[in-house]
Design a binder for this molecule. Structure first.
Ligand code: PMP
Length: 457
């Protein structure tokens, strides 16, 4: 068992004492007349302003980080994040000079590093340079932008598409552009942070519904549809933390019934679902207009960087002319657009890649079940969590596995509820069956050892 050292215990105690003191300072007193007005509590003059209001190292958020780090040190945990990969991360990678088995990459179809993808990027750099230099409105388009957008529109069978420089910013800016204070956003409780941030920014009312509970969506809309102008339902094709699939057939019927809009985030579904990896639309056999707003990221299967929105002409026009994350942000580097276009082409020309990923996802689940590991709700595609329980155990397990040559990241509180910490495996087309067996065996053995040495932490 790891012994905590006295110095770090003292540091933790000091931080806890400060956190407690600050909490009691910020509690409004019983007779405070205006507890919601921060000015009344902060001070009359500059002399009264506490350091926590103007020194970043004293900010509550920073002190919380420090506390978490001290607690982790005390528990003898190493930081499992920011590991440096020394080459292309695929089924294997190189970390600290050693080859490791890798389940921590979004390189779902093993296209990052494909010579044709790299060549498309080199060619674009030679022709256009590395940067688009400014917003496309002012510095203009480059042919790779248009080619990628056309390819994405064709993929979804819709009028048009537009690409943004960040997947996260795509959700934030698209949602905040389309919805406002008279509207309602219904999102799955497990929706990605970017949707949540966009919903907050929009000023619309928000309702999180229980995961994949389309009946709750129906009941909510039956009760409340009439109170709002526009209603947007947002789900993920494949959920990023759990690896299960949104009930899109039911949701399409509901959005039609209640005259709502449906937005699907395809980040983990593109390249993953459907015979050729075309995503949720192919998986469910949906008609092009069934989903109003297709959103996806370019950082995963399409091995670039950024996000896209695909849909009707009017949607794309609104995005291109009014979405702040597009209008006031630089255009995507042409080389990345060219790389993603080539990756999309390869995905469609070689459907055996998506088939291999799907077979690997199923195999991972079978092997994990046979080894007594729990995979939660995963449907066995790109994302397979192995449920561990406590955050400390998940972090400790990830570190121990790293030392045994398996790179997999822990997902801990606050990304998931405490008690639901997990190791999140990204399964790709490049993994072999033997690598999957080896990973599952390593996890089962290492987890059993940790339980024996550290008990219920
Ligand atoms: N949506 C989902 C479901 C995601 O998982 C992510 C991040 N992985 C994003 C949006 C943001 O995409 P990006 O990392 O490409 O900015």
């Amino acid at each position: 068992m790891t012994q905590s050292n006295p110095a770090s215990r003292d540091a933790v105690e000091a931080l806890l004492a400060r956190a407690r003191a600050r909490r009691s300072l910020s509690q409004p007193t019983a007779n405070a007349e205006a507890p919601d007005e921060p000015a009344a509590q902060i001070g009359q003059s500059a002399d009264d302003i506490p350091a926590s209001s103007y020194r970043i190292d004293q900010f509550d958020a920073y002190q919380t980080l420090k506390l978490q780090k001290a607690l982790a040190d005390q528990a003898g945990l190493e930081n499992p994040f920011f590991r440096v990969h020394e080459g292309i991360a695929s089924a294997t990678s190189r970390i600290d000079g050693a080859e490791v088995l890798n389940f921590a990459t979004y390189n779902y179809l093993d296209l990052n590093g494909h010579p044709a993808v790299a060549e498309a990027a080199f060619k674009a750099i030679r022709q256009y340079g590395v940067s688009a230099s400014a917003s496309r409105l002012v510095s203009g388009e480059r042919p790779p932008h248009q080619a990628l957008e056309q390819a994405l529109a064709t993929l979804y069978g819709v009028d048009d598409a537009v690409v943004f420089v960040s997947g996260h910013a795509t959700n934030v800016t698209a949602i905040a552009t389309l919805l406002g204070p008279r509207d309602l956003i219904i999102h799955d409780r497990l929706i990605h942070n970017s949707v949540y941030e966009g919903a907050k920014l929009s000023g619309a009312q928000r309702r999180g519904v229980a995961h994949n509970d389309y009946r709750a969506v129906d009941a909510l809309l039956t009760r409340e549809r009439g109170r709002f102008e526009k209603v947007l339902i947002v789900v993920e094709g494949v959920y990023s933390m759990d690896g299960d699939i949104a009930p899109l057939d039911e949701l399409v019927a509901l959005k039609k019934k209640h005259k709502a809009l449906l937005m699907v985030d395809e980040a983990h579904a593109l390249g993953v679902l459907g015979r050729a990896g075309r995503g949720s639309q192919e998986h469910f056999g949906l008609a092009p207009g069934d989903v109003d707003i297709w959103m996806g990221t370019l950082s995963k299967t399409l091995c670039g960087c950024g996000g896209f929105i695909a849909g009707c002409f009017e949607l794309i026009e609104l995005m291109k002319l009014t979405a702040p994350g597009f209008v006031f942000s630089v255009g995507m580097p042409p080389a990345l657009a060219a790389a993603s276009t080539k990756a999309l082409e390869l995905m469609l020309e070689e459907p055996e890649r998506a088939a291999a990923l799907q077979a690997n996802g199923r195999y991972f689940i079978e092997q994990a079940n046979a080894a007594g590991l729990e995979v939660g709700r995963s449907a066995g595609y790109s994302v397979v969590p192995v449920m561990i329980g406590g955050s400390v155990r998940a972090a400790r397990l990830s570190t121990a596995l790293g030392k045994r040559g398996l790179n997999v990241q822990p997902i801990t509180y606050p990304a998931v509820e405490e008690g639901e910490a997990r190791l999140r495996f990204f399964v790709t087309s490049a993994h072999s069956k033997a690598q999957i067996r080896e990973a599952v065996t390593l996890v089962a053995e290492t987890l059993a050892e940790l339980k024996a040495t550290h008990g219920d932490e």
